[in-house]
Design a protein around this ligand. Structure first.
Ligand code: NDP
Length: 245
């Protein structure tokens, strides 16, 4: 039977690559992000490539608890059997010391990376519990294991994801739900452009001197994690560009 994966933040980068790789592997796709037009385009492309899978897209800003609850409650019944959740939506904004940090940037990161993560999980876990099975993949970061200069608030949000990943595993494994943390180093996506608020030149220099990971590198790792047999749970993975390690 075809499995369904729900990917948050599927409009670009790692989330989009997960949609592409998992579609090829035969998963049905439930995709959300704020830029719905990008999801519609992705659905069109993937439906042409893989006509036997089903794809459902919806616009969602994960920062709003009520919006998340309403959107997931309103899903057609056939889309409420979710086998895999990839908690991927996230961002970094700014790279400043705390004393000059932009408070709006902090709020955006905390609201998306921690609260959004929780709001989506809060709605999806009961759907998995009802079936007695599931797999949740949480996009953490090397920034959730270490800290770097001026990474303060972003690193704090990813340390929170790391803690929540462990906490979820303790609570959910007895219910038949696996939980895996995926923690990448530098991945070439829209991430740096978002961090530097559209300053593409500054964003381009982030990868000077090294070959970054691609979204596909991460997505293929996630496919490997998902395709382990029932008795194997990969708890946590750190994936680095060779030159960054
Ligand atoms: P991208 O900027 O390419 O993708 C981020 C995705 O998150 C987009 O699809 C965006 O969609 C979505 N998103 C952001 N805010 C919201 C929101 N409020 N509601 C719903 N969706 C949202 O970056 P990446 O693919 O690199 O990032 C994906 C994850 O990987 C993030 O959690 C990031 O922290 C993590 N990561 C990235 C690394 C990197 O070097 N790139 C390294 C380690 C971890 P939209 O704007 O359409 O809403």
């Amino acid at each position: 039977m075809q499995k369904t994966v729900f990917i948050t933040g599927a409009s670009s980068g790692i989330g989009k690559a997960c949609a592409e790789v998992l579609a090829k592997a035969g998963y049905n796709l439930l995709l959300c992000a704020r830029r719905h037009e990008k999801l519609v385009q992705l659905k069109h492309e993937l439906s042409n490539l893989y006509p036997t899978i089903h794809i459902h897209t919806f616009e969602l800003d994960v920062r709003h608890a009520q919006e998340v609850q309403q959107a997931i409650t309103a899903l057609p019944e056939e889309w409420k059997k979710i086998d895999v959740l990839i908690n991927n939506a996230g961002l970094s904004q700014g790279l400043d010391p705390i004393q000059t940090g932009n408070i709006d940037d902090w709020d955006r990161m905390i609201d998306t990376n921690i609260k959004g993560f929780l709001y989506v999980s809060r709605q999806v876990i009961p759907l998995m519990e009802a079936t007695g099975a599931g797999h949740i993949v949480n996009l953490g970061s090397i920034a959730g294991k270490e800290v770097y200069p001026n990474g303060n608030v972003y690193c704090a949000t990813k340390h929170a994801v790391d803690a929540l990943n462990k906490a979820m595993r303790i609570d959910l494994l007895p219910k038949g739900i696996k939980v895996t943390g995926i923690n990448p180093g530098m991945v070439e996506t829209e991430f740096s452009e978002v961090r530097f608020k559209g300053d593409t030149e500054r964003a381009a220099h982030v990868y000077d001197g090294l070959t970054p990971l691609s979204g596909t590198d991460i997505a293929e790792t996630i496919l490997f994690v998902l395709s382990r047999p029932a008795h194997v749970c990969i708890n946590d993975l750190l994936i680095m560009p060779t030159a960054q390690a």
